[in-house]
Design a protein around this ligand. Structure first.
Ligand code: 5GP
Ligand code: ZN
Length: 115
């Protein structure tokens, strides 16, 4: 995808602080962290959002979730962490390339606004 920031990061055209890479997955530090550990985990294949996951490409999600414990361990998140996916405009997604936020050292549920 030509105009996709994360595709450009994966290709190395935009610099990033890489923390993990394999055949299917690329992970790098969020440029604007909201937690002491804030890593973005993305498929190398361009999938725009969670709505675009299909039986044909869903194996990529498995690959991402196989990578997550490795990254969490390397980041020292021995006591746990949060994984977050924002999907679509109402979900707060700002970069339309599927990604999961790995967040460590934050009380995520404490951020949820009570109605
Ligand atoms: P979203 O709101 O779409 O779930 O999250 C997008 C995330 O990408 C944001 O947390 C934002 O800080 C991060 N981000 C946007 N552009 C860049 C970039 O060029 N480099 C890095 N490392 N992170 C980015
Ligand atoms: Zn992309």
């Amino acid at each position: 995808m030509e105009d996709c920031i994360f595709c450009k990061i994966i290709a190395g055209d935009i610099p990033s602080s890489k923390v993990y890479e394999d055949e299917y997955v690329y992970a790098f530090r969020d440029i604007n962290p909201i937690a002491p550990v804030h890593v973005l985990i993305v498929p190398k294949q361009h999938i725009s959002c969670a709505d675009e996951i299909t039986p044909e490409n869903s194996f990529i999600v498995s690959k991402i979730f196989e990578a997550i414990p490795k990254i969490a361990k390397a980041e020292g998140l021995d006591n746990g962490y949060n994984v977050l996916n924002n999907c679509g405009e109402a979900g707060g997604q700002t970069v339309m390339h599927l990604h999961f936020h790995l967040l460590g050292g934050i009380d995520l549920m404490g951020l949820v606004q009570k109605q």
